[in-house]
Design a protein around this ligand. Structure first.
Ligand code: CS2
Length: 488
């Protein structure tokens, strides 16, 4: 089969959407760090709609992979083209799939191969926005406080090697230093990761790193660059070989690197751009002055219940989220978790009907065409729990309210960390703090009663902050952990 490529676009079936703007004239106004499936199924698609809606060709994207070369290797022979497959189920339950070839990714750089090229690209006069979807762990921060970890070995490395950094803060700050000395315009740093106040968090991290490099640089960034907060939402499961084969067969050409997503998409962004932006409203983005309430809503409702489902589901032996949702007890649990414990912590927001939001979410989680793996969501729990579940726990405790269901979700994570599910199958704990968590758990397990174990384990402050010292939290988690362990 021929490869997906600008030359083979005319052969595609008529029901596959393709780029309709002058790709050959695209400039790269955006550098995107973390060019994974989420970016390619969300931001890049909204950006594609903006290119279709207007004729502003300044907004092509150069993607950067901070680790692996696989995306570049797959997309280079396709001149950056790839397919987005939006999947859900038809009335009769059969999978339905709409295909679109996306064209605004003009190049992919692999940071470890050529760090200099990444620095130069961010420092390029055409670059106006640096976007980020590098997942929570890419920030090298303390998950409980959001502060940059200056003792992190890679951060120490990057402070000493301005010409060859490895981390996001290293690339961003050293490249901004180049822009500054060259007298270039500032850029917008746009975090689209699932962190609370993601723009503010990014700003704190970038400024903390810059302060170590040069106080003048710190002040320049502070005065000229912007860090809008943004809320992003679309479920994007990992692409499988089966997806690749099915999509290539439908296209009639081989796409080595398609992405899968649900039809639903939301993007709420603060309209604070230092050096212009595309008209992303054309692709469904909403510009607001304060995105923080939308982020909180999304992190607590979508991601909080997603993590709860992932840990409980994975431990019960359910491979996918829709399979877990088909279990009445689990569906009833996440429904009640959202309705009774999460939604009441959210402020009233204009245009948001929380009952409708919850109902739609239950339907999204039940989408059988996504095959979203519970283990994919279960990874990196230490980086996710604080903003997904623990902030809600804190708010409810300080209002004297019950945290029964939230505590079950937290207990499910602790239970998951033992590394075997209830059917006896072994799973690997993928987490940047895996070694520290394992050590903590082993020490906790030597402490005797479940309550003592939970008290010791939740004393791990990088995740729990001060919560481990809160008796109501410890006893609620311990009660559930005991039940989970007895059931297993
Ligand atoms: C998921 C998210 O993998 C995870 O942890 O909870 O990626 C989730 O699918 C997205 O945030 C939905 O917008």
């Amino acid at each position: 089969m021929p490869r997906l490529h600008p030359d083979t676009l005319p052969q595609l079936p008529a029901d596959v959407a393709v780029p309709r703007y002058r790709r050959d004239l695209l400039r790269a106004g955006i550098v995107h760090l973390g060019v994974g499936a989420f970016h390619r199924a969300h931001l890049a698609v909204v950006n594609e709609a903006a290119l279709h809606a207007g004729d502003d060709l300044r907004w092509g994207t150069v993607g950067v992979s901070l680790r692996a070369a696989d995306t570049r290797d797959a997309l280079q022979p396709q001149a950056g083209l790839y397919t987005l497959a939006l999947r859900d189920a038809a009335e009769d339950g059969s999978p339905r799939e709409v295909l679109q070839v996306v064209g605004n990714l003009v190049e992919v750089l692999v940071a470890p191969e050529d760090p200099r090229a990444v620095l130069e690209r961010i420092a390029h006069p055409d670059t106006r926005i640096v976007g980020l979807t590098i997942t929570e762990k890419g920030y090298h921060h303390d998950p409980a406080t959001g502060a940059l970890r200056l003792d992190d070995a890679n951060i120490v490395h990057d402070l000493a090697h301005p010409e060859a950094p490895r981390t996001m803060p290293g690339f961003v700050v050293h490249a901004l230093a180049l822009r500054r000395v060259r007298g270039l315009a500032p850029v917008t740093l746009l975090s689209c990761d699932n962190l609370p106040a993601n723009g503010d968090t990014l700003r704190g991290i970038v400024l903390a790193f810059a302060q170590q490099v040069d106080a003048g640089l710190h002040d320049w960034i502070d005065a000229h660059c912007t860090f809008p907060n943004s809320m992003v939402d679309r479920i994007v499961p990992r692409t499988t070989d089966e997806d690749r084969a099915r999509i290539s067969a439908r296209l009639g050409v081989d796409d080595a690197w398609p992405v899968i997503g649900e039809p639903f998409l939301e993007w709420v962004v603060e309209d604070r751009f230092a050096n212009g932006r595309p008209e992303w409203t054309a692709g469904g983005a909403r510009f607001v002055s304060h995105a923080e309430p939308f982020e909180r809503l999304k992190l607590r409702m979508v991601n909080g219940s997603h993590s709860a489902l992932a840990y409980l589901g994975a431990m019960a032996g359910f491979r996918t989220v829709d399979r877990a949702m088909a279990e009445p007890a689990l569906r009833g649990f996440v429904d009640a978790l959202m309705r009774e414990e999460i939604a009441p912590t959210l402020p009233a927001m204009e245009g948001i009907d929380l009952d409708g939001y919850r109902a739609r979410l239950l339907a999204r989680f039940s989408n059988p065409a996504l095959q979203h793996q519970t283990k994919q969501i279960a990874m990196d729990g230490s980086q996710k729990l604080p903003q997904r579940l623990l902030g809600t726990v804190r708010d409810r405790l300080s209002a004297g309210q019950s945290i029964d269901r939230l505590a079950l979700a937290v207990a499910a994570w602790v239970h998951y960390l033992r590394g075997t599910d209830e059917t006896g199958a072994v799973h690997e704990i993928q987490d940047p703090l895996a070694a520290a968590l394992a050590a903590r758990l082993a020490q906790a397990n030597a402490s005797g009663s479940v309550k003592d174990r939970v008290a010791f384990f939740t004393g791990f402050t990088p995740v729990f902050g001060e919560l481990g010292g809160e008796p109501r939290f410890v006893s609620a988690v311990a009660r559930h952990l005991q039940r989970l362990e007895e059931a297993a």
